[in-house]
Design a protein around this ligand. Structure first.
Ligand SMILES: [Zn+2]
Ligand SMILES: [Zn+2]
Length: 62
């Protein structure tokens, strides 16, 4: 059986601050207050209150 990468139904999200893949539990997901784009952040960035920049509208926020 060959493992095939099927992206069907899988949303591979990355932390918007540090770019780490959000595959573990505990990460934070919210919507950009400006454009409503989905934004994901890892636990570490959330705890450290790292700033993020929305990839869509460029909103910078904590
Ligand atoms: Zn992060
Ligand atoms: Zn935005």
């Amino acid at each position: 059986m060959a493992k095939k990468t099927t992206d069907k139904g899988t949303t591979s999200e990355k932390c918007i601050s540090c770019g780490v893949m959000l595959i573990e539990r505990g990460f934070n997901r919210f919507l950009c207050p400006e454009c409503g784009e989905g934004v994901g952040r890892c636990t570490r960035c959330r705890q450290q209150s790292n700033p993020y920049t929305c990839a869509k509208c460029g909103f910078i926020g904590p």
